[in-house]
Design a binder for this molecule. Structure first.
Ligand code: COA
Length: 529
C-alpha cells in the first residue's frame, strides 16, 4: 500500500488546492455555456413547441440515477461556434447496457453540424466502434451548417460510413428521430439498424417541399414527403411510430432491452476504495509546473486500496511504473515523476509496456513530462534510440490505453506517454494540464536565436526591440494555446475533468472498454536497443 507523505494542512498544499478550485470554477462556467445550448431565446422557443432539450432526452433515455460520462463538452471552445458544438455525446447506461449516446442540440443553429460538431460526432462513433458500444442517435438537426459546408461536406461522409461499419461489426445502431433529419441527415435513420420516429414531428426526406418543387415541379408537403406516419406505414423506413417524445424514448429503451447484449471483456474483481480521500487530489499539482510532484500521491487516491506493486522502483526513477487495480480492473500505470525522460526511463517504459502487452493488461498513462532529455551527454548515450523504443512500444502495444494529462505534456514526451495521436481509448485532462511542442519561453527563445543567427548571416543588425516584442507576443500566444480549454475545444482530449472525479471517470472507461473482447497481441516491429 502506498504510504502518503502528503500533508493536507501544509501551506503549499492549500495554495495548490486554492489554485485548482479557481480553475474548476472557470471550468464550471465553460460547461454551463454548453448546457445553455443556443441561449434563452432558442431554448424557450423549443420548449414552447412542446419539445424536450437534448440533455433532457438523454436523461430520460438512461437508467434512472445512473451516471452519464459526457464526452468533449468543451468542443468548439475558442472557435466562432458555441461551446459544446451543438451536440451532446457520452456514455450512458440504458436497460443495464452501456451505450454511446449522441443527441443533436436543436437550440443551436437548428442543430446544424459545424466543423466542430463533425469532429465531436466522429470521435463518438470511433469510441463506439473500438469499444463495441451500442450507438443511440437522438436526431433533430438542420444537417450541414451551410456557411461552413466546405469543411464538413466531404469529410462528413464518414458519419454514415461509420454507422454502417458499426452495424457490420455487430454493434447495434438506433435512431430516435424527434424532428428534422433532412438531406444527408436522412441517412442517419437510413443507415441505422433500428428507427423510431415521433408522430407529427419527424421530418425525414432527401429534399424538402421547396427543393422538390425546384427539381421536378412536384407540389408536396412535409408529411407526405417525410412524416413519421408516412415512413411507418408507406416507405418502411421507420420501424416504430412513437406518439410523442417520451414514447420514443420508452421505445428506445425497449429496443436496447431486446438486444440481448453481452459484454465480451473481462469481469472486474471486487472493488475496494482507495485509502486516501480524492479531495486531496486538488492540492497535488503545483501551479508552476517546473516544480515536480510525486505521482504516487495521485495513484494512492485513484487505485483500489491504494495498493501499487511498483516495477523497477530504483531504476529510471523519473518514471514510476507498476501494477494496480482500478474499480476492480487490473491496470499497468506509467506516471512521470520528475518531468524529464532519460534513456533509463525510456528503457524501463519499453519493458513495462511489453510486460503489460504479454499479460493483456490495459495501460494507464499519467502525464507530467517536459519531454526527452537533450544535450551532448544524452545524445551520445542514445536518447533518440531509447525514446524511439518507448514510442514504438506505445504505438504497437495492442492492450487498451488510457491517458490523463495532469500537468505538463511537452515535446515527444506527449508521444511516448500516449498522447492523442497514439489513439488511447480515452484521454482526459486536468485543469492544470498544459501541452505544446515546448514551453512558451523556450519556444520564443528558440525563435529569437534563429532570427538573430539569420540576421547575422545576412550581415544585418538585429533589432533587439522588435525581438523583445516578438518574444512577448509569441509567449502569450503559445501559453494560450497550451491550456486545456483550448486543447479540449479542438478535440485533443475527451474532456477536462475535476481531479476528484478521476477514479470514477477511469472506472467508467475501463468498464466501457470491456464491452469489447480483449484485443489480440501483435508484434512490435524492430527495436534498436
Ligand atoms: N446551416 C446554418 N444555419 C442554420 C441551418 C443550417 N443548416 N439550419 C438552421 N440554421 C440557423 C437559422 O438560420 C437560424 O438562425 P437565426 O436564428 O440566426 O436566424 C437558426 O439556425 C434557427 O433556425 P430556424 O429555422 O429558426 O429553426 P427552426 O427550429 O424553426 O427550424 C430547421 C430548424 C432545421 C428545420 C430549419 O432551420 C431548416 O430547414 N434548415 C435548413 C435545413 C437544410 O436544408 N439543411 C441542409 C442539409 S445538407
Amino acid at each position: 500500500m502506498i504510504r502518503s507523505e502528503l500533508d493536507p494542512t501544509a501551506a503549499d498544499h492549500l495554495g495548490r488546492r486554492a489554485a485548482m478550485l479557481a480553475k474548476l470554477a472557470d471550468l464550471d462556467a465553460e460547461h454551463a455555456k454548453a448546457v445553455a445550448g443556443g441561449g434563452a431565446k432558442y431554448v424557450e422557443r423549443h420548449r414552447a413547441r412542446g419539445k424536450l432539450l437534448a440533455r433532457e432526452r438523454v436523461e430520460l433515455l438512461v437508467d434512472p440515477d445512473s451516471p452519464f460520462l459526457e464526452l468533449s463538452p468543451l468542443a468548439a471552445w475558442g472557435s466562432d461556434f458555441p461551446v459544446g458544438a451543438s451536440v451532446v455525446t457520452g456514455i450512458g447506461v440504458v436497460e443495464g447496457v452501456e451505450c454511446l449516446i449522441s443527441a443533436s442540440d436543436p437550440t443551436v443553429r437548428g442543430g446544424a453540424s459545424n466543423p466542430w460538431t463533425l469532429r465531436k460526432s466522429l470521435r463518438a462513433s470511433d469510441i463506439a466502434l473500438r469499444n463495441r458500444l451500442p450507438f443511440i442517435n437522438l436526431v433533430e438537426s438542420g444537417g450541414a451548417d451551410l456557411p461552413t459546408q466546405k469543411e464538413i461536406f466531404i469529410p462528413g461522409g464518414r458519419i454514415f460510413r461509420d454507422l454502417t461499419r458499426m452495424s457490420a461489426a455487430g454493434i447495434p445502431t438506433i435512431a430516435l428521430v424527434f424532428g428534422n433529419s433532412t438531406a444527408g441527415g436522412a441517412y442517419v435513420p437510413g443507415l441505422s439498424d433500428h428507427v423510431v420516429m415521433v408522430r407529427e414531428r419527424a421530418k425525414v426526406f432527401l429534399g424538402g417541399p421547396p427543393l422538390v418543387k425546384m427539381a421536378t415541379g412536384e407540389e408536396s408537403d412535409d408529411e407526405s414527403l417525410g412524416g413519421a406516419e408516412m415512413h411507418a406505414r408507406t416507405s418502411g423506413l421507420a420501424d416504430c411510430l412513437a406518439l410523442d417524445e417520451h414514447d420514443a424514448l420508452r421505445i428506445g429503451r425497449r429496443i436496447v432491452r431486446s438486444l440481448n447484449w453481452r459484454k465480451r471483456g473481462v469481469q472486474p474483481l471486487p472493488v475496494r476504495e482507495p485509502a486516501y480521500p480524492a479531495e486531496e487530489l486538488l492540492g497535488i499539482v503545483p501551479e508552476d509546473l517546473r516544480i515536480p510532484f510525486d505521482p504516487r500521491e495521485v495513484i494512492a487516491r485513484i487505485v483500489d486500496g491504494s495498493e501499487f506493486e511498483e516495477f523497477k522502483p530504483v531504476y529510471g526513477t523519473s518514471l514510476v511504473t507498476g501494477w494496480a487495480t482500478l474499480h476492480g480492473y487490473p491496470v499497468g500505470i506509467l506516471a512521470n515523476a520528475r518531468g524529464v525522460l532519460f534513456s533509463e526511463e525510456s528503457q524501463k517504459a519499453t519493458q513495462f509496456i511489453q510486460l503489460a502487452d504479454q499479460s493483456r493488461t490495459p495501460l494507464l498513462f499519467l502525464q507530467n513530462t517536459t519531454g526527452y532529455m537533450v544535450g551532448k551527454e544524452y545524445e551520445q548515450g542514445g536518447i533518440i534510440k531509447h525514446g524511439a523504443m518507448m514510442i514504438n512500444a506505445v504505438s504497437n502495444s495492442t492492450v487498451p490505453h488510457l491517458t490523463v494529462v495532469m500537468g505538463a505534456s511537452y515535446g515527444a514526451g506527449n508521444y511516448g506517454m500516449c498522447g492523442r495521436a497514439y489513439d488511447p481509448r480515452f484521454l482526459f485532462s486536468w485543469p492544470s494540464a498544459k501541452s505544446a511542442v515546448m514551453g512558451p519561453a523556450q519556444l520564443a527563445g528558440v525563435l529569437s536565436i534563429v532570427g538573430r543567427a539569420s540576421a547575422q548571416a545576412r550581415g544585418q543588425v538585429y533589432d533587439e526591440e522588435a525581438d523583445a516584442a516578438m518574444r512577448a507576443m509569441v509567449e502569450a500566444q503559445i501559453e494560450a494555446e497550451s491550456l486545456p480549454f483550448f486543447l479540449s475545444g479542438r478535440l485533443y482530449d475527451d474532456g477536462v475533468i475535476d481531479p476528484r472525479d478521476t477514479r470514477t471517470v477511469l472506472g467508467m472507461c475501463l468498464s466501457a472498454i470491456n464491452s469489447a473482447p480483449v484485443p489480440e497481441a501483435a508484434g512490435f516491429g524492430v527495436f534498436r536497443p
